[in-house]
Design a protein around this ligand. Structure first.
Ligand SMILES: [Zn+2]
Length: 304
């Protein structure tokens, strides 16, 4: 009994000594943790050392429902060293930074449609791209008809911050002319050929209409760089246009819906007296030719 008490006292003493040591060294511990964070932030970009080619990253794979683990929809496409972003959901810009793909590198943005979860990070993206790059030109924002008021609205919302940033850093660092985005609207109608948005010897970007009823317009995109192609569906039900675009593609990033999880959520909402009609009866699951990014599980509830 005396031995056990002695061991317990020894353990308590050790814990107290360790605790006191950690408390006394707390400043140094915090400093070391911050140094590691800074080192990580300054680490090489993910494309450093990669072969010249087409690379794709998911800077957001969430949906309208809150999820601390996922940002809103965002797909990063690296064509060689050129960075393009498809959709700009909430948190996407921070994810890009965490991926060591600074928003300053973004050459152009492509929006698939105007559900809020696909655009609610656009203001932050445009601001961070401008503030970090010192660009004298706004970032091009391609999108179907309706993109102008979306881009203009975000620019209005961030206009006062533009003034603050310029006053703080100076016009040489953040040229006022580079603020915001330059909306580039196009028509991608059913029955019409794909719309060619970029047509260069090594890079071609096209847009095509998809089926996201009742959301219209809604489009997907295909990027072809040096013989490799990635197709990004945006939100869509099964669509022959996506199938056609994905035929022969190297990678398909496709929206996905888990009807069992949607049904489970609806049951819970019904039980709580908060039921909303779901999209399950008008959207069918299924497979599309091509390769589907394995960790993309968007839960689009059909609500903005
Ligand atoms: Zn949508």
């Amino acid at each position: 009994m005396r031995t056990r008490t002695g061991v317990a006292l020894a353990v308590l003493g050790l814990v107290a000594i360790l605790g006191a040591g950690a408390w006394l060294a707390r400043g140094r511990i915090a400093e070391t943790a911050m140094e590691r964070l800074y080192e990580k932030a300054m680490a090489r970009a993910p494309d450093d050392g990669l072969a010249d080619g087409l690379h794709v990253g998911l800077c957001g794979a969430g949906g309208p429902l809150p999820d601390p683990q996922r940002a809103g929809p965002c797909t990063a496409v690296l064509a060689g060293k050129r960075l393009f972003v498809v959709d700009a959901g909430s948190g996407a810009t921070r994810n890009l930074s965490l991926m060591n793909l600074p928003p300053a590198r973004i050459e152009a943005v492509f929006l698939t449609h105007f559900h809020s979860d696909h655009i609610d990070g656009l203001g932050e993206l445009m601001l961070q791209r401008w503030a970090g790059s010192g660009s004298t030109m706004p970032v091009p924002v391609h999108g179907p008809q309706g993109v102008e008021p979306v881009v203009g609205g975000f620019m209005s919302a961030y206009r006062m911050d533009q003034g603050y940033r310029t006053a703080h850093h100076g016009a040489a660092v953040v040229p006022p002319s580079g603020f915001g985005g330059q909306a580039r609207a196009f028509d991608a109608a059913a029955g019409q050929p794909d719309v060619v948005l970029i047509d260069e010897p090594d890079l071609k970007v096209t847009a095509f209409p998809v089926a996201h009823d009742p959301v219209s317009p809604a489009v997907g995109y295909a990027f072809t760089y040096k013989g490799r192609t990635v197709v990004i569906s945006g939100d869509t039900a099964l669509s022959p246009r996506v199938e056609a675009a994905a035929k022969g593609a190297d990678l398909l990033v496709h929206e996905a819906l888990a009807p069992n999880l949607v049904a489970s959520q609806q049951r819970a909402a019904r039980a709580a007296g908060r039921h909303h009609p779901g999209p399950a009866d008008r959207r069918a699951g299924g497979s599309v030719p091509g390769q589907v990014a394995p960790d993309l599980h968007r839960q689009d509830q059909g609500r903005p």
